[in-house]
Design a binder for this molecule. Structure first.
Ligand code: PIT
Length: 495
């Protein structure tokens, strides 16, 4: 650290010298290509910790989804590389419908660019100012999403430490848009409860009293959720003042009131919930997991997941019969899907995740399937989870890959993007090596015999080049897709 960074624009990019020295884990994912070749970067959407966030579109015209790119000037972070590394590491770890999705990272001479999911609805903060206050049902919906994201973070022992309406984005500009937590610049893994960090973090209104006293843990996020809820319901902060100092004094007194005129029409259940979140005793404050069981959150109203559940669960069952190329292609395709297409799946995911960890266990999956009238035999269920990953649980991205509508596999525009992912050298065709490498990148271990076997299924046994047309045929002939892939999985199971 403290290394000199060259800003000489004529110098050719190289991995050492001008580049920052990240740990192995993080440096493995950094791309040193010119980001402008891949993205058309447009206007500024916001400013966060170090750097600006701009809206961007992929240069691939088949990918119309849109992205948010946060560009951090390297000269601002050279002394705090550890912080950026921590932020990247955390963004790579988390995986939840209400947490901003992180796609890739580029480094050039002047900047580190983080490519992230695009939220087009702006900050919850701006909406709060425009609206003044929310109905209980609207506030309950926001708190439910917020707390399920926090429960996921806390299950990974990650504290966000800077939850505030400025760091909560609305996914779309729809009235009932879901929320996404952003900005992991202050987030930290494994802070011991009550240990503190010798720094006062976060914005003054939302800071927990124990943070000011420098002995805090994960539960400081719950306090911030309490302040946010207080503001959503009443339009006012619980602890106010004319300066940071006077606000801190109020917070340390931990006295607030839910009895002013703003609270007259608010239910007792809501007030009780606010009090549970704003418990001054951080050790006994309600956990995110327990808060999600609070009856007030049922006020958010019924969503539509029941109707689609059976269809989604059927797709999940079908997934066990798909081969690895199909599976990997589906996981590539979810990257390019727009938020409105996956909104229902988000609800179903949260419904299935009964213990609110952001992972679906074998028991939760079995219960979900049987509620939808689908019975999976023990072995089939185990296979489904084994495919997902080694932990025996499904995470959010895996769940999406398994349940997206198969119609995406029939759409040539989507398939083109997947094809390009396999064709990493941009040759216009895919070789067996490309397949193998792409599958390995995604964590599938296949021998060259197994790849041959898979290609034989499609009548492509003597292939050394697979062109786009043939690639599409692999997905677009459902009779063959069904029968042949089943043969393959049966075979594989015998091994
Ligand atoms: C926006 C719009 C959008 C995403 C973001 C901001 C993301 C910001 C962000 C900043 C971080 C971080 C994660 C996400 O760790 O679609 O205005 O520092």
């Amino acid at each position: 650290m403290g290394k000199c960074i060259s800003h000489n624009k004529n110098e050719k990019p190289k991995r050492t010298g001008g580049s920052l020295e990240f740990s192995k884990e993080v440096s493995g994912i950094i791309r040193y290509n010119n980001i402008q070749e891949f993205y058309d970067i447009q206007g500024v959407m916001g400013r966060g910790h170090f750097g600006t966030v701009k809206r961007a579109f992929s240069k691939d015209k088949h990918d119309t989804k849109g992205y948010a790119i946060k560009s951090i000037p390297k000269n601002k972070i050279e002394y705090r590389l550890d912080l950026l590394e921590r932020e990247l590491g955390l963004l790579m770890t988390v995986d939840h419908p209400n947490i901003i999705k992180f796609y890739e990272v580029y480094e050039d001479f002047q900047y580190i660019h983080l490519v992230m999911e695009l939220c087009t609805g702006g900050e919850l903060f701006d909406q709060l100012i425009a609206k003044g206050r929310y109905t209980e049902a609207e506030a309950a919906k926001i708190l439910h999403s917020l707390l399920s994201a926090v429960a996921h973070l806390h299950s990974l022992e990650i504290a966000h430490r800077d939850l505030k309406p400025e760091n909560i984005m609305l996914s779309t500009s729809d009235m009932d848009s879901d929320i996404k937590i952003i900005d992991f610049g202050l987030a930290k893994k494994s802070i011991e409860e009550g240990s503190g960090e010798n720094t006062v973090l976060g914005s003054s209104y939302y800071v927990a009293p124990e943070v000011l006293q420098n002995k805090y843990g994960l539960s400081c996020d719950i306090w911030s959720c309490g302040v946010i809820l207080f503001m959503l319901l009443s339009g006012k902060p619980p602890f106010d003042g004319t300066s940071d100092m006077t606000i801190y004094q109020q917070i340390l007194k931990t006295k607030y009131s839910t009895s002013g005129p703003e609270w007259e029409r608010i239910s007792d259940e809501a007030k009780e919930f606010v009090e549970l979140l704003l418990n001054p005793d951080s050790k006994n404050r309600i956990s995110a997991q327990a808060a999600l069981e609070h009856p007030w959150l049922n006020k958010r109203g019924e969503h539509e997941s029941q109707k689609v559940e059976r269809k989604v669960m059927k797709r999940l069952k079908q997934y066990t019969h798909a081969n690895k190329i199909v599976k990997e292609t589906m996981s590539i395709l979810i990257k390019t899907m727009k938020q409105d297409e996956i909104k229902q799946l988000n609800n179903i995911f949260r419904d299935l995740d009964k213990d609110h960890t952001g992972f679906i266990s074998a028991i939760e999956l079995e219960q979900g399937l049987s509620c939808a009238g689908i019975n999976l035999e023990g072995e089939e269920l185990q296979n489904l989870l084994k495919d997902a990953d080694s932990t025996g649980k499904l995470n959010y991205s895996e769940f999406l890959a398994m349940t997206i509508d198969r119609k995406h596999l029939e759409n040539t525009d989507s398939l083109w993007l997947a094809f390009k992912y396999f064709d990493i050298e941009n040759q216009g065709y895919i070789t067996k090596d490309n397949f193998n490498n792409a599958l390995r990148r995604a964590g599938w271990e296949l021998t060259s015999n197994e790849v041959d076997e898979m290609l034989t299924e499609y009548g492509l046994e003597n292939l050394d080049k697979l062109f786009f047309e043939q690639f599409c045929k692999m997905f677009q002939d459902p009779s063959r897709y069904g029968k042949l892939t089943r043969m393959y999985t049966d075979d594989a199971r015998k091994k």
